[in-house]
Every structure is written in C-alpha cells, then in structure tokens.
Design a protein. Sequence first.
Lengths: 240, 614
Amino acid sequence: MSNTITIDGQTIPFQEGQTIMDAALAAGVYIPHLCHNPEFTPHGSCKLCTVTVNGRNVASCTMPAVEGQQIANNTDELNAKRRALTQMLFVEGNHFCPFCEKSGNCNLQAVAYHLDMMSPHYNHFYPAREVDASHPDILLDRNRCILCELCVRASRDVDGKEVFGLSGRGIDCKLVVNSSSGDLVDTDLAATDKAASVCPTGAIIVKRHGFSVPIGQRIFDHKDISQVQLEAAQKERGHE
Amino acid sequence: MSQCDSPDLKQRLAPILQKHGRDPTKVLQILREIQDTAHCICGQSIDLIAEHLDLPRVRVAGVAGFYSFLAGGQACGEYRVLFSDNITDHMLGKAELMDYFSKKLWLEPGKVSEDGLVSVDSTSCTGMCDQGPAALVNGMPLTNLDENCLDLICELIRSRKPVSDWPPMLFEVQDNILRKDVLLGEAFEPGAALKATLARGPRETWAEVDKSNLRGRGGAGFKTASKWSFCHAAIAEEEGHVVCDIGDRAERIMVCNADEGEPGTFKDRVLLNSYADLVFEGMTVGARVVGARRGFLYLRGEYAYMLGKLEGVLQQRREKGLLGKNILGEQGFDFDIEIHLGAGAYICGEESALIESLEGKRGRPRNRPPFPVTHGYLGHPTVVDNVETFACAAKIALHGGEWFAAMGTGQSAGTKILSISGDCERRGIYEYPFGTTIRQILQDCGAEDPYAVQVSGPSGTTISWKEFDRMIAFEDLATAGAFMIFKRGRDLFQMARNFSHFFAHESCGFCTPCRVGTTLMQRIMDKIDGGHGTASDLEEMKNLGQLLKTMSHCGLGTSAANPVLDTLNKFPDVYEQKLKALAFEPAFDLDGALATARRITGRDDKEAHLGAES
Ligand SMILES: Cc1cc2nc3c(=O)[nH]c(=O)nc-3n(C[C@H](O)[C@H](O)[C@H](O)COP(=O)(O)O)c2cc1C
Ligand code: SF4
Ligand code: SF4
Ligand code: FES
C-alpha cells in the first residue's frame, strides 16, 4: 500500500518527509495559509492552516503526513475559525488597504476575501507601531506586520544575514532589525535579498515601485488566492 | 539616570561575560546578571553580549525583550519592587498596599523615580500565596506584607541600604507543611535511592518505575516510565540506524522543571527548599535509567533567592560521590546538574519552551513532532519532569514500584502535594493520597463557608460548592498542585478577570489565536468590569474561548479561557449582575473620550458629560 492520506474524502498520495500541507499543495488541494511559504522551513504560527486529523486540530504546515490520516479541511467550522483568526490579524495591526501599495498583491487581504471576511468583527487595537523609512531602497512599515517571520527565515536561511528577528512578548511582540540604532539603514539588507521580497503583506516594500502595476491588474484582482497558490505550487513542481 | 549610561559599562560587564565564556546558551544567564548589576539592559550591553558570543545582535535583543524581569530596554530603579499580582495577593490587600507604597515614595507604578532610585510594578504570582501579600525586591522575596513592613522598606530604600543588609526577617519564607505523607513524612538518607538503583540495575529500576504507575506531577500526567523509555529508546534506535557516529549528539539530558509559574502553586518551592536531596537524587536515578550524563534544574527567576542554597546541596552531593564522575564508585556512571535561572516567563514551564530557554533563546514552544524525548536540548534526547515527579521517582527507587502503586486510586498512584491558599485558616502545603475529596481537604485546612475552589490554577478547573465531593485524581480533578479557595461573598468575576490578565501578560505571542485572543478576552473582561458589558460580550467570550481551546499552538492558549468559560458556565450570575440591560454597548467609552477636552477647558459640570444622569 502506497502512502496516502484522505482530505475531505479525497485520497491523495504523499512522500515520506512531507507535511500535510506539502502533500495537499502537490495534489492541488488548497488549505488556507499565511505564514507558510513552500520555499522556507515551516513555522506554524498563524494557525490558518489548521485542519482536523482524526478528531484533533493540528497545523497542516508543520504536521507530517502519516499513512491513513483522515483529514477535515474545507469545512464550515474550520473556515469560520480561520476567518476569526484573519480578523484578529487585521485588528491587532493597522491595515488601511485603500492606502497600501500592496493592496491587490497582499496575501492577508486575499485570504480575507477567500474566507468571506466582511468586517473586522473585533474592536481595532490601533497600536502605535514604528515605520522605518531609513533604508534608501526598502520601507519597513510595522503597522502591516503579521509576525509571520517569513522575512526572518528568508534573511537567515537564504540570504545568510539575519537582518530580522522578533522581540517583545505576547501582544507586544514586534519585528526588530539587526543594528544598534534599530534602523534598517544600519543593517546589511539589500533590495535584492530574498527577505526584501518575501513579505506576504505590505510591511516590507521595495521602494520606487509604487503602483508600477495599477490597481485592477494585480495578482488577486482576477484570481482567488487558492488558485494563485496552487498554480505556484504546480509551477514549482514543474521545475523539479 | 540608569547606570548603564556610564562610560565604563564595558569594564563593568567584563567579569560577567568572562564568567560565562563564549557559550551562546548562556545569553539569558548573562542578561539576568547584567540586569541585576546595571538595573537595565541598554543597547550598548546588547552590542557587547552579541560581540562577545558572536551572535547576531537581533537574537540577543529578541531574548532581552521576551522575559519580564529583563525589562527590555526600559530602566528600573536601583531598588525594584515587584508586587505579586495573583488573586490570592489581591484578596489579602495587594492593590491597596501597592498604592500605599507608591504614594509614600511618590511613585507611579511602572515608572522609575526621577533620581533612578526606585521603581514599583506588578508581577505574576511569585509563589508565596500562603504568606501573601508578597513582593520581590531586587529578586528577594518579601512576604506577609503590611503597612508597617512597607514603612520600614521605604526607610531602607531612602537610606540607600543595600538589600543584602536589610533585616533578614523581611525575607523569611515559611515552608508551612501542614500534612505529610510518604514524600514529606519520612526522613531521607542522601544516596539511599541511588544505592538501591545500583544494586538493582538500571533496567530493573526502570521496571519498578513502570510498575509504580507514576504519572507526571507537572499537570499533563504522562506516565513517567514511558517517557524515560522513549528517551532511552531514542538512542537505541539511533544506534540501530548507525547514527551514533554523530558523536555527542547521542548524549541524553535530564531536566527538572522548577518553573512553577502556575499562579497558586508553591509546592516545588518547598520541595526544593527542604527536600532538595530527594529531588536531585530522583534526577540521578533517572539519569542512570536513561543513560544521561548532563542534567539541568530550570529554576524560575522568582526563586533565584534559593540559588545559593541549592548550589550548596549540589556541592555536598559531589563531595559525597553522589554526583560527578563514577557516582558511588560505579565506573562510567557520570552525571552532574547545572542550575539555569528563568527570568519571569510562565510559558517557560511548557517543556519545549523551557528547552528553548535553556538554550538561551526566547521561550517559545516548539513544533511537535519531534518531541523532546527524541529531539530536546540542542537536539539531544531529553527528559523534562516536574520537581515532585523526581521526588516520587527517588522514593520508588528506594521502596519499589508495588509499594507506590498500592497508594492512591486506580489511575492515580501515590500521593499529591497541594499548595493551599485563599480563604481558609491554615494555608500551606498538604500531601494527600490521590482520591481524597475536595470536602475533606477544605475541612482539614479550615475553610469556612467555601463557595468555589480553583483547582490546578488558572489553567485548571473552577469548581463550585456543588462539586465538593469530587476528588483529586487524574480520572477526576487532575492538578499540578494549586488549590485556591474562595468563600461565599467573594467576587468570582474578579478572579476570572485577574486570570484573564495573567494569560494575556504571559502569552508568548507566537500564535495568532493566543496572542490576540487572550488580549481580546482581557479587554472584554475589563469592559464588563467598567460597567459597559452586554449579553453579546458573553457570547463573544464563549466564541473566543472555543477558538483558544481548539486553535492554539500550546497548552497556555488551549487553557487560557478555562476560568472565564468555567465561571460563565457555573456562576453566570456573577456576570449578569455586572451587565448593562442594553443589548449592545460600544466598547468605545464616549464620555471617557471627552476627559481631555474637559481638562483643557477646565469644565466638569453636568453639561460637559455625555449621558451622565440621563
Ligand atoms: C503553559 C504551560 C506551563 C507549564 N508550567 C509547568 C511548570 O511550571 N512546571 C511543570 O512541572 N510543568 C509545567 N508544564 C507542563 C510541562 O510542559 C511538562 O508537561 C511537565 O514538565 C512534564 O513533567 P511531568 O511529566 O513530570 O509532569 C507547563 C505546561 C504548559 C503548557
Ligand atoms: S515584516 Fe512581513 S514577512 Fe516579516 S514578519 Fe512581518 S509580515 Fe512577516
Ligand atoms: S498558545 Fe500562546 S503561549 Fe502557546 S505558542 Fe501560542 S501564543 Fe505562545
Ligand atoms: S500556515 Fe500553517 S500555521 Fe501559518
């Protein structure tokens, strides 16, 4: 018997060492996710990718696929919870989509659309967060940071630099950068670094590209995030 | 002015940095010591540590920002007074005392006095609930506080007397052991359990622990023998897969979890204060069984005052041949224990966060699998057990598994040590066989008109007077040891609100549901407390509770809603009394928002208020 798992009744194969998320993406099954990006070590913090495996909730991006798992994914109950988590991410930061250069290309916004999020539901926290425009080529706007640590992982594991990290605890967690001044300009971040382009939201933006793709022609203006991410996974597999 | 602005910082930090060598796992220990000497951790200290340990600066800054006692970039006074914020401290007058003290010193909580001399703040439960209200001054415990005590402390601070010269009676901590059974009752001869272990053999000793049915005392109740055998097997299997040439990767680690951060729990403090030999011996027995050569005691920062005493016990054990090389003359039986201090973070009691912290990192729970028994400290197979679990293990090694299994109930062998606090005459430590009823316990400690009990702390269960025939046991009320009693007339809403603040403060912030959910919960509880709550808020809290329970990354998040959900379920009237009759009440306080305008215009008449008397 080959290795298979079952997601919402559909049996899909997996290879040894794959997570549930890996197997699902490879088989064209979409599981909503934000902190996961197949190019980097799984992290497991946003919890959007939570699925129910044999009655227990687990993060599919970190849970290894194991023969015979019965998995619930696209259920009303899970999607409602994912929507609530997305709403939490919106209210804990300051996300003003109409003014944001990332609008239309933003995974947070796109996943909110996918999950039919119609309002933020919770009261906004309106936290005071720092914007760092010190770097000549890159803007860091912490108001839009969802603490997914993709930039942390990209800088450490791909760029070999460790420009980013988290400090603080609980609701006071914040992104910090590797310089005594605390400013991005004093780090060795370059606009060509992986870390400069990996942010799923508009928190890290390469300067002077503002609106080079007009609103209306952006990634999620025409396609749902599920389609975009599955196509990307397909393409990735084509390269292998 | 904080001392770290001084130009000679480098010189003053040099001895601390030198002492710890260039070992990156020592980051937290170094930061703690710098905090103690300089009263803050400034950017320059972080630069110096990063340079010394050859670590990216951002990593050191991340650690400095995580732990409450390190105070991040904020300065604190030369005298830092932290009042314990547990509900039991509040019931004994914490808020009033802290207010009294702050006023006397012209201080605002959370801020440093202008001369940099003193700062006052709250801190999560310091583990002195049987002798509260409690506080810490520069890490030293203050108990049974009252206004007289605080007057004296103000004097001492004003005269700038070093805390080490303060009258010792201020720092007296009592054991208050009020009921003893097999763990606390009989004298223990250091080395006796180890001799029995060597005589019997490691495998046979494991078999006794297995037979004893010992389950972990830290809360989860995992069978100890199974954990030990997984850790042992982790290597055996590796050897089968020829992984053994990775060299010291095959090393096994024994960790004693003395983080004891659960509010209302203080039994591990007493075990370490008066039964440290028993605990260390249990660790050494475990080391023999799984083949570990290194051990750690992870001691919560609040108990740092015991460090010297515990180091002394370890030293004695080395001198007696009970630790170190060739223990009790047995060739190749090498094991030693190092003490690692925490720095104010409840999450570091969670075993994988504890391991991260031991490695000198932010205490954030790891993804599992892999589990610590196969990939723990620096990747080594690691056993993490509670203080009391090791005490039990030592007794089992001495008396055998059957002896232990004969006590307690079907699924809960042995005894359990409870830390009893709150509304009763005799607060302190009680050891009971599993299966003892709540009613019996309440009677023994002299609880008058008890109404509710918080079993196992905020992450445990709130039980009402209707449930007093339930028993302490894994099959009924599992507990890590906290037992807080509330008499009739106590406001249980305030208990739940206090715990909601605790969880929001202690959430590590890694996962969305807990990071945001605990804060949302706290805000709704505050809204209700402020008289602005409505029925829809109660529904919202139930939904948040479900979200926390089912989506969180670790046990902190999954249990963070327990006190609110339990009280909503069992004592709905304590909420309903506080609600507005309205179906909806904005979270935004319109009248409150006008306060600044009133101040500027110097008005406070009726017309300047919204909807006041209407
Ligand atoms: C948030 C959190 C805090 C914890 N705190 C402690 C603690 O202070 N002491 C402890 O022994 N176990 C604590 N635990 C349980 C540990 O993760 C672990 O299960 C325990 O140390 C295992 O030891 P045992 O098997 O001897 O109980 C905590 C768990 C969580 C989720
Ligand atoms: S800046 Fe972007 S990539 Fe980095 S943690 Fe924040 S949201 Fe994630
Ligand atoms: S549940 Fe809370 S404490 Fe646990 S990982 Fe998530 S944020 Fe951290
Ligand atoms: S995508 Fe799995 S937790 Fe974020």
